[in-house]
Design a protein around this ligand. Structure first.
Ligand SMILES: [Zn+2]
Length: 126
């Protein structure tokens, strides 16, 4: 695991804690008594509790962009990239090989046709 670096104080000590976020107020619809009519009343804007990573020293909220990877994680990422690039390379060379085979087939077929035509010509002359 890497660590989170606080953008405000540079501390790498962080923890996951509860954070109060303001909840936007809205409206809810409900039946007015037994009248069958629907009424709309505003709901009070409240707060909701969410889990978030915070800086231990200053309390700054930390996100994914504040995460710093370890050397091992970076190396693994590099390997993954290299593996993907190699796979793409192989796909391209396979496609190239098939194209090459196709071209050879066409040449052989054309050559065969010319050869056949020449032989037929030779037969006619005799
Ligand atoms: Zn901080």
């Amino acid at each position: 695991m890497g660590h989170y670096r606080c953008p405000r104080c540079g501390s790498t000590d962080s923890y996951v804690g509860n954070v109060m976020l303001a909840k936007p107020s809205g409206y809810i619809s409900h039946e007015l008594g037994d009248t069958g009519a629907m009424g709309t009343v505003p709901t009070p804007g409240g707060q909701r509790l969410v889990q978030a990573r915070k800086c231990k020293s200053c309390g700054e909220l930390l996100g994914d962009s504040n995460y710093e990877k370890t050397a091992a994680e970076l190396a693994q990422e590099q390997q993954e990239k290299a593996r993907k690039a190699k796979k793409l390379d192989e796909t391209v060379s396979t496609a190239g090989g098939l194209l090459f085979l196709g071209v050879i087939c066409i040449i052989v077929m054309a050559f065969g046709a010319i050869l056949t035509a020449l032989l037929m010509e030779g037969c006619k002359r005799r």
